[in-house]
Design a binder for this molecule. Structure first.
Ligand code: ADQ
Length: 472
C-alpha cells in the first residue's frame, strides 16, 4: 500500500486527546502505511534581516510509527501567510464575508512564499508512489508548487471550510491563480454538495472546464476530479470519551446544578462565522416572548479564544460580552442567570458530559464548512432521553442532519421559536429524531470520510495515468 503523506497548516500528535477525531482517523491510516505528517510547528521565530525562518530546518518527532515533521515560520511569513492571507482574506471570503477581507496589504506574496517553502522542504522527502493529502485553505497552491518541482505523485486536497458561489470568489484579486492552483490536484474534496456545486460553476464559467463524467473535468490542460466528502466524527471514540471519568463527573455536576432547569449549550471557537451575537439575540427574544422560560432555561455558551491577533475577532468578542451582560442584567435575578458565558477552551474530555446533560444544543453558524459540534452533541446523547439539536441551515452539517430543527440564524424570531419548540419537544419525538441523526453520524463517520476520500484519490490517479503532467 502507498505511504500516506498528510500536509496541513498545523500538525497534531494523534496520541493526545485534545487532537480530536480527525487526527485519530488520519493517524490510523498514517500508522498503517508508515506515513508522515508535515506542517508548521506553530512557532514564530525572529530572523536576521533578509533571513527566512525554516529554510532547510525540519523538526522531526515520532508518534508511534507516524513521523511528524514541522517547520518554524519567521514573524514576517507568519504575518503575511497565516494572519494575513489565510485568515484575513481567504477565511472571511470563503465564509461569504467580503466586507471583512483585507485585499490591499499584499499578503498574497507571503502566502505564495510559504507554500513554496513547504514544497521545497517536502519534495525531497517524497517517494514516487506516495499518496499526498493536503488539508485546507492555507495550502491551496501547494500542489502546483510541488508540480513545479517535478512531483508527479497523486495529490488530493480537502477544503474544511465552505467554498462560496463564483460571484463571491471572483471578488478575490488573483482568484484565477488560486482556482488554477486547486485544479493542480488530482482530487479536490468539499464538505457539502453546495460547495462542490460552487466549484463546478466556477470552473465551468470562469475557466471553460469540460465535464468528462463522474465528477471529472478537463481544465487548464489537465484532469481534475471533485466531489463532496462530508467529514464526520469518530462516534465510537466520542462515546468512549463520554464514559471516561472526567466526562461522567461533568455530567453529574451539570445534572445536579441544573436539576430544576433546562440546560442549553453552545460550544464554538469565538469566530464571526459562528453567529454568536445572532444566537444571543434569539435567546433574548425567547426570554422576551416566553416568560415561562424565566428561571427554567439556562444557556451555557463556551466560546474559546481564537486568532485574537486578527482585529475582526476583538470586535466580535466585545459584541458578545455586551449582549451577555445585558441579557443577564435585564432578565437575571439572585437565583438565576440566563446566560453563562465562558471565554475559555473546555478540555475535550469534558465535552461529552456537558453535551449529554443539555436538553438543547444551539449550533447556529452564519456559515460553516461542516460543524463537528453538531455531530458530537448527537453522539453524546442518552438515546432513551436525548436532547434536541437546533442547527443552522447554513452549516454544511445541515445537508446531512435534516432531522435537527433547522433554522435561519439571521431570523431572530424564527430561531427563538425553534428553541422554544426544542424545549417543549415530547420524548417520543426527541427519540425518533435522535435515532435518525445518530444513524447518519455513524454511517458517515470520520473513518468513512478518510476511506472514501483516499479511495477516490487512488482511483483518480488510475484514471489520470498516461496523461503527462502539464506545467501551469
Ligand atoms: P472549526 O471551525 O474549528 O473547524 P468545528 O467543526 O465546530 O469547527 O469544531 C472542530 C472541533 O473543535 C470539534 O471537535 C469541537 O468539539 C472543538 N471545539 C470547538 N469549539 C470548542 C470549544 N469552545 N472548546 C473545546 N473544543 C471546541 C473547521 C471548519 C468546520 C469543520 C471542521 C472540520 O470551520 O466547519 O467542521 O474544520 O472539518
Amino acid at each position: 500500500m502507498s505511504r500516506l503523506v498528510v500536509v496541513s497548516n498545523r500538525v497534531a500528535d494523534p496520541r493526545k486527546t485534545a487532537a480530536g477525531g480527525l487526527a485519530v482517523a488520519l493517524a490510523e491510516v498514517l500508522n498503517n502505511t508508515g506515513g508522515l505528517w508535515f506542517g508548521w510547528s506553530g512557532k514564530v521565530i525572529e530572523t536576521e534581516a533578509g533571513g527566512r525562518a525554516g529554510e532547510g530546518q525540519i523538526h522531526r518527532h515520532r508518534a508511534g510509527s507516524v513521523k511528524l515533521l514541522t517547520v518554524d515560520l519567521s514573524r514576517e511569513d507568519h504575518a503575511a501567510y497565516y494572519l494575513g492571507y489565510a485568515n484575513g482574506v481567504l477565511w472571511p471570503v470563503f465564509h461569504y464575508r467580503l466586507d471583512l477581507a483585507d485585499f490591499d496589504a499584499g499578503y498574497i506574496h507571503g502566502y505564495r512564499r510559504v507554500n513554496q517553502l513547504f514544497a521545497k522542504l517536502l519534495a525531497p522527502l517524497l517517494k514516487p508512489d506516495d499518496l499526498i493529502w493536503v488539508h485546507d485553505y492555507h495550502l491551496v497552491p501547494l500542489a502546483s508548487e510541488l508540480r513545479a518541482l517535478g512531483c508527479q505523485q497523486r495529490i488530493g486536497f480537502f477544503l474544511h471550510i465552505p467554498l462560496p458561489p463564483p460571484m463571491i470568489l471572483a471578488a478575490i484579486p488573483g482568484h484565477d491563480w488560486l482556482m488554477r492552483g486547486l485544479c493542480a490536484y488530482n482530487l479536490v474534496g468539499f464538505q457539502s454538495q453546495t460547495d462542490h456545486a460552487h466549484f463546478c460553476h466556477y470552473i465551468e464559467h470562469e475557466a471553460r472546464a469540460q465535464a468528462i463524467g463522474e465528477g471529472r473535468w478537463r481544465v487548464f490542460n489537465r484532469t481534475v476530479q471533485a466531489g463532496a466528502f462530508p467529514i464526520g466524527i469518530d462516534v465510537d471514540e466520542f462515546t468512549a470519551l463520554a464514559q471516561a471519568r472526567e466526562s461522567r463527573e461533568m455530567f453529574a455536576r451539570m445534572k445536579r446544578d441544573y436539576s430544576v432547569r433546562n440546560l442549553m449549550v453552545g460550544v464554538d471557537r469565538l469566530d464571526y462565522s459562528k453567529g454568536l451575537p445572532q444566537r444571543m439575540r434569539a435567546f433574548r427574544e425567547l426570554l422576551h416572548k416566553h416568560p415561562e422560560t424565566h428561571q427554567r432555561a439556562t444557556l451555557i455558551q463556551i466560546a474559546s479564544p481564537s486568532r485574537e491577533d486578527v482585529s475582526a475577532y476583538t470586535d466580535i468578542l466585545h459584541e458578545l460580552e455586551s449582549l451577555c451582560g445585558s441579557i443577564n442584567g435585564n432578565y437575571g435575578d439572585l437565583e438565576w442567570m440566563p446566560v453563562r458565558y465562558i471565554h475559555r477552551t473546555v478540555a475535550r474530555a469534558r465535552l461529552p458530559g456537558l453535551y449529554r446533560a443539555s436538553r438543547v444544543a444551539l449550533v447556529t453558524p452564519l456559515r460553516d464548512g461542516m460543524n463537528l459540534v453538531a455531530k458530537e452533541f448527537i453522539a453524546a446523547q442518552d438515546p432513551e432521553d436525548p436532547g434536541v439539536l437546533v442547527l443552522s441551515r447554513f452549516a454544511g452539517a445541515a445537508e446531512q442532519l435534516s432531522e435537527a430543527l433547522l433554522v435561519n440564524p439571521y431570523d431572530t424570531e424564527g430561531t427563538a421559536s425553534a428553541i422554544q419548540m426544542a424545549l417543549q419537544m415530547p420524548l417520543e419525538e426527541r427519540r425518533t429524531r435522535h435515532q435518525a441523526l445518530l444513524a447518519t453520524c455513524r454511517q458517515y463517520d470520520v473513518h468513512w470520510w478518510c476511506n472514501s476520500f483516499l479511495g477516490a484519490l487512488r482511483e483518480a490517479q488510475a484514471q489520470e495515468s498516461g496523461t503527462p503532467w502539464l506545467r501551469l
